[in-house]
Design a protein around this ligand. Sequence first.
Ligand SMILES: Cc1cc2nc3c(=O)[nH]c(=O)nc-3n(C[C@H](O)[C@H](O)[C@H](O)COP(=O)(O)O)c2cc1C
Length: 166
Amino acid sequence: MDAYQAIVTKRDTRSFTSEPVSGDDLHRVLQAGRMAGSAKNQQLNRIVVVTDPGDRAALAGCGRFADWLPACPVVLVIVVPTEGGKAFDIGRMAQNMMVAAHGLGLASCPVTFHHEAPLRELLGYPEDHEAPMGVGIGHPAPPAEARPSAPRIPLDELVDWDRWQA
Ligand SMILES: Cc1cc2nc3c(=O)[nH]c(=O)nc-3n(C[C@H](O)[C@H](O)[C@H](O)COP(=O)(O)O)c2cc1C
C-alpha cells in the first residue's frame, strides 16, 4: 500500500480481535510517531504505552467515548506539557502512528480523554502535564454490522482558492 492509499483508506476502527500487537509492529508505529515534526522541533510530546487489561479498563473511564478501550490491546496516550504542548503536534504524531498502523494491517482510532484527574492518577504524569488524546491500536475485528465510513464533505466545499468564499 503506498502512502496515498494508506491515507485515503484509513478508517477509524473500534473493534479488535484479542490478538496482541507484535513488538515489531508496535516499534514501527512508535517510530512513526517519533518522526513526526513538531513546532520548532521542540519534541515535547511523550507517549505512554498502555497494554495491561486493568489499566485499559481504567482508561475507558477517562473519556466520554472510550468504552471500546478494554477490547483494544494497545492504547498510546500522548502526554504533553500543559504550557507549550501543541494540539497540532499531537495530531501529527497521532496520525503518523495510525497511518503506519494501517499500513501494517492494524486498526486504530483516536480517543479523547475528557477526565484529567483519574488519567493523571493512573499514569502518574506530573501536574504541569496533560494527556488530552490517545490512540488505540489492534488487529481489526469485523464489526457486528457493516459500518459505512463517515461521509466527508466534497472537495469543493472544503477548499477555497485564493480567498475565503463565504
Ligand atoms: C480530535 C478527535 C477526537 C476523537 N475522539 C474520539 C473519541 O473520544 N472516541 C472515539 O471513539 N472516536 C474519537 N474520534 C474518532 C472520530 O469519531 C472519527 O475520526 C470520525 O468519526 C471519522 O471516522 P472514519 O475515519 O472512520 O470515517 C476522534 C477523532 C478526532 C479527530
